[in-house]
Design a protein around this ligand. Sequence first.
Ligand code: PMP
Ligand code: GLN
Length: 378
Amino acid sequence: INSKLPTVGTTIFSVMSKLAQEHNAINLSQGFPDYPADPKLIKLVADAMKNGHNQYAPMPGLMSLRELIAEKTANFYQANYDPDTEITITAGGTQAIFTALAAVINPGDEVIIFEPAYDCYSPTVKLFGGLVKPFELHAPDYKIDWEMVKKLFTANTKMIILNSPQNPTGSILSKADIEALIKLTKNTDVMILSDEVYEHLVFDGEQHQSVALYPELRERSFVVASFGKLLHTTGWKLGYCLAPAKLMNEFRKVHQFNVFSVNTPMQVAIGNYLKSENVYTELPQFFQQKRDFFRKLLNETRFKLLPCKGAYFQCVSFAEISEEKDTDMAIRLIKDFGVASVPVSAFYTKGTDNKVLRFCFAKEQDTLEKAVERLIKI
Ligand code: PMP
Ligand code: GLN
């Protein structure tokens, strides 16, 4: 086969989770909760099925759910997205990202990606003939130097991919970052794909800087969200995309032939749940508690904690413990200590190794405690 993605292997998440399983290690590698979803939400899914919501949803998703998303987006970001033409429910954030890229990336288009980056962006850009222009950020704070980003711009720059709160680093974009981005892309047609799946996991009273807050960016942006993160249900694979009508129109041309529409009873259930529960305000507190708890425990180890301002990942440096490669360290932690993490070099095109590991703290208190009992031994 003449592979379309010759350098792509199996995702790091599958690799690490499989290794964790084989060695019976505590799995803090792949990002997913190990505690149950709210039984009320599960009952609403069963009810939706019993009530006959078992056939195709409309292509862009259930209107009642799109209306709730429009309302929420107006409340949080003072942005009016028309549920009829500017919101589409997808099979998770991943499909939203894939579909947006498929809809607009042409061969030769350049896409700027900040690294370490979530792993699905780059292969998807390449699949449609796009050229990835990685911009490396580094530990400990992964700050963006926008003057340097400017140097990557060419006549072929089609898009910048943003991800705040960021996976894997837990960093967030500040208002100053967004202002620099606005200045940089003013009077250009450069599009933004803003992966905001962790929008409600922002800590210490900081405000999430959605591109939807900024009209200058909104008109050129796809915004991606995930119910997997919002409702602790990563296995449900539901999310959505927001975009101005002219972009959403292109998005839907692909969406209709990619999946047509997505899971009906879960859309019904999520809509009913969002109407009755206060999920948005509870989520940051819930995860901030987990972050604080986990950081306090990790302070007793020899790992050095990096800042964590958002998302559910805590990165640590092991530079003072060992000189080995981060991939070797991650494997040794699984085999010899029984804890799985993700080596952050996996998120750089060049495999840049800053001696940093990523741990997911969307776990029961007990899981985090047991993991750190083992990590203390290193
Ligand atoms: N973007 C980022 C940054 C993520 O961490 C994830 C989930 N791992 C996704 C997108 C994909 O979201 P979903 O699981 O809803 O497809
Ligand atoms: N988003 C999760 C992570 O970063 C897992 C995604 C996946 O397994 N594809 O760990």
